[in-house]
Design a protein around this ligand. Structure first.
Ligand SMILES: [Zn+2]
Length: 691
């Protein structure tokens, strides 16, 4: 008897569960389809990951709704069974369909509202909004209940059919992520097999490199030494420093900063302190640099979400094709293949990161982390889950890139491959927040000493800043700026170690060295908006601190010595320049222009411009000759015109004082936007106020 009742209850739950699964799946697919359409519609311009994001939306919504509705429907089935006398089978079936619709709508509506409110856990969803979503969902459910009376019984009549459809559908949808993880893990695992298994970092400090001897001699004596050895095609060393502003270097005129080794390299090099990033975020900036294409063209617009597609020629691919041994030494998780796609063309591609979780070293879990990040960035439901779990945030607070590790790994690679014809890319991470320079570097600048305020420069302070609770005193600001400066000097020290080692080994006699940064860093310069976090860090505006970067090009064959270029230069000009210096053809995709004609005086650079755009196209800046700069804010329609030669702090908006200059730059920006399919609706002030 009891067994019979037990099996009846189980059967009831099973029927409810499978019905909920199927109906939730259908509802979730519809909700996912709507979100997929909105993702595609809202895309600012070409995006490599667009189809993937749409697929994720469908999968995540489908699975989540199927799961939630299956659980609710199981309970509902038991309740309906208990009320069997009062409710007809037809009404019960219709109730099922309607409950599934209400659940789906309410769940998806809440998640979207949560996301629309900035996915802020403390704010949650305001009650009036939640109430409105509930009322709309119930209203929708009532309509569905009425409609479903006609077909629900037919739809749900066969338990076996409902179960089969629901379970098979869920399995197919659920297989998307594992299949993708396996495919990506296999790809990166096979790549690791081809490359070095272990690139054990040497202890750079134990080498006792002294740049004041090793680097100085190498740079000063390169012609004498070159004569003693056969002339071969030079190697290329590309050093990129994360978040290094041009104005925080000695050679760009900052007398307070201590950057002796970059200054020394610069004094034998062609130098630009007016180079601009295409987009002030790490991966988009580097994708532009490596492919010589604007973000709108290569599709890498969202940091750590969009990966560079295989269809572009990268600097590494080009040089590998021409016989270079290619290697990259990286300090940061964002450059892992799962997040960037930058491994293309590199025979060796290794990250050396402090406190890197074991999971990131394993190709399978690294691929899983990549998929997790893309899902949580791109799909509303995924974002809501991350903001509750905080998994990514927790991991990212622990990881750090450190110049000593990067320099050690670089020297270790040079020890075994330095006699080959090489292209080596080294990325240093330190000036990027969190600004926590190791001892004794944290004491290097006055502002870093004797500070007893609340901010340690760590990630906690960054999160507070993002959340808008950061309200620093002038002393806090002074301290944070000193920490940033310390990180820059710390990086300079280890770049000096790498260059000193190369100098000692004679490698600088035959290596073109290019140094630049991916973007700058805002340090609270435009003070009025500190509390909303707009003018700290990078990626949210196009003012000079965040977008202006240094560029040093050291060519051991050059007889010119030190030379300063003042024309605006873009990241996308760097790849064509390196290929030009090597007499190699540039790929057809390249949108930048070599600066070799500028270096040789064959061009005065007066028609050059540098264009920077935010990832969502909301702001665009054009830097032109003689310090002129126009900013267009697409959301507000506002335009700002500055002359950063005479007004480096961008304090005096000259938009009404110099209308001819403004409209000339606007026309330039307009034709650029059209050519690159960027949605920059540039309205003149007349149009904006006309109606
Ligand atoms: Zn960066």
């Amino acid at each position: 008897m009891i067994r019979t009742i037990g099996s009846h209850v189980l059967r009831t739950i099973w029927i409810g569960f499978t019905r909920g699964l199927l109906l939730g799946l259908i509802g979730g697919l519809l909700a996912g389809g709507i979100e997929a359409l909105s993702i595609i519609r809202d895309a600012p311009s070409a995006r490599a990951a667009l189809n993937e994001a749409a697929l994720y939306a469908i999968v995540v919504n489908g699975l989540a709704c199927a799961g939630i509705t299956a659980v609710i429907a199981s309970a509902l089935a038991v309740v309906l069974r208990l009320m069997r006398r009062q409710v007809s089978a037809r009404t019960g079936d219709a109730l099922f369909v309607s409950a599934a619709a209400v659940t789906t709508m309410f769940a998806v509506g809440s998640v979207w509202a949560f996301r629309a409110n900035g996915a802020d856990r403390s704010a949650g969803i305001p009650l009036p909004q939640l109430f409105l979503i509930l009322v709309i969902s119930l209203g929708f459910g009532a309509v569905v209940q009425w409609l479903a009376r006609g077909y629900a019984t037919a739809l749900l009549s066969s338990v076996r059919r409902v179960a089969t459809l629901g379970i098979v559908g869920t399995i197919v949808l659920g297989a998307v992520f594992p299949v993708q993880v396996v495919l990506e893990a296999r790809e990166s695992a096979s790549m690791r097999d081809e490359t070095v298994d272990a690139m054990q970092p040497a202890d750079v400090d134990a080498l006792q490199v002294d740049p004041s001897v090793d680097l100085t001699n190498a740079l000063a004596m390169r012609f004498v030494r070159r004569g003693a050895r056969p002339q071969t095609e030079p190697n290329v060393l590309l050093i990129t420093v994360d978040a290094l502003r041009a104005d925080h270097l000695g050679f760009c005129g900052n007398d307070e900063m201590r950057t002796p080794w970059l200054d020394m390299l610069a004094s034998y090099s062609v130098v630009s302190c007016t180079t601009y990033t295409e987009q002030p975020q790490t991966n988009p900036a580097l994708a532009s640099l490596m492919t010589s294409t604007y973000p709108a063209v290569n599709g890498v617009r969202r940091h750590m979400v969009d990966r560079l597609s295989d269809s572009f020629d990268t600097l590494a691919k080009e040089l590998k094709r021409h016989g270079f041994t290619t290697a990259a030494v990286l300090p940061w998780t964002s450059l892992e293949p799962a997040f960037s796609g930058f491994q293309q063309g590199f025979e060796t591609y290794e990250a050396f990161v402090l406190n890197e979780p074991e999971a990131m070293k394993n190709p399978a879990t690294a691929a899983l982390a990549g998929v997790y990040r893309r899902v949580t960035e791109q799909v509303a439901l995924g974002g809501a889950v991350e903001s509750v779990l905080g998994m990514r945030q927790g991991t990212e607070a622990e990881i750090d890139g450190r110049a000593d590790l990067s320099a050690s790994a670089t020297i270790s690679w040079l020890k075994s491959h330095g006699d080959e014809h090489f292209f080596l890319w080294v990325h240093f991470f330190d000036p990027h927040y969190p600004w926590t320079a190791p001892e004794p570097w944290d004491q290097l600048y006055d502002g870093g000493r004797d500070y007893d305020g609340p901010y340690d420069g760590g990630m906690g302070f960054v999160y507070e800043m993002r959340a808008g609770v950061f309200n620093p005193t002038p002393r806090d600001v002074e301290f944070l700026r000193a920490m940033y400066a310390s990180e820059v000097s710390y990086t300079d020290h280890y770049i000096g170690q790498v260059l000193g080692y190369m100098g000692r080994q004679g490698m600088l006699d035959n290596t073109i060295v290019v140094v630049t940064a991916d973007h700058g860093e805002s340090l609270g310069e435009r003070g009025t908006s500190w509390t909303d976090g707009m003018y700290w860090l990078h990626g949210d505006d196009v003012y000079t601190p965040g977008i202006q970067v240094p560029l040093v090009i050291y060519d051991p064959r050059s007889t010119r010595g030190h030379q300063v270029l003042t024309a605006p230069i873009q990241h996308i000009d760097i790849m064509p320049t390196i290929l030009d210096l090597l007499d190699l053809p540039r790929p057809a995709q390249a949108q930048g222009r070599s600066i070799v004609p500028l270096m040789r005086g064959a061009e005065d650079g007066s028609d050059r411009v540098a264009i920077t755009v935010l990832g969502d196209d909301s702001q665009v800046a054009i830097n032109a000759a003689d310090g002129w700069k126009l900013i267009v804010n697409r959301e507000t329609g506002e335009r700002e015109l500055y002359n950063i030669d005479t007004d480096p702090k961008e304090a005096r908006n000259l938009i009404t004082d110099a209308p001819l200059m403004a409209s000339a730059l606007e026309r330039r920006l307009d034709s650029w936007a059209q050519a690159n399919h960027v949605a920059v609706a540039i309205r003149s002030s007349d149009d904006a106020g006309g109606l």
